[in-house]
Design a protein around this ligand. Structure first.
Ligand SMILES: [Zn+2]
Length: 66
C-alpha cells in the first residue's frame, strides 16, 4: 500500500489543492523503516531518519518534485 496515495485521497471533498497544508511532494518515505517523514523534518535531521537512522539520498530533482 502506497501511503502517498493514501494521503492524496485523505480529503476527497476538497478540490482546492492550495488549501492543503502538506503537499505530497513534501513527504519522503524512509526506505529503512517505511516511516513517512516531512521534508522539513528531514532537512533538520540532515536527511537521516529519526526512527531507524536510515540516510536518505536526496537530489536536486527531488527538491523540485511536486
Ligand atoms: Zn527509518
Amino acid at each position: 500500500m502506497d501511503q502517498v496515495s493514501w494521503l492524496k485521497r485523505r480529503k476527497p471533498g476538497i478540490k482546492d489543492a492550495k488549501r492543503r497544508e502538506m503537499p505530497d511532494g513534501l513527504w519522503r518515505k524512509c526506505e529503512g523503516c517505511g516511516e513517512i517523514i516531512y521534508h522539513k523534518e528531514l532537512e533538520r535531521n540532515l536527511w537521516t531518519c529519526n526512527k531507524c537512522g536510515y540516510h536518505f539520498r536526496i537530489s536536486a530533482d527531488q527538491y523540485r518534485n511536486s
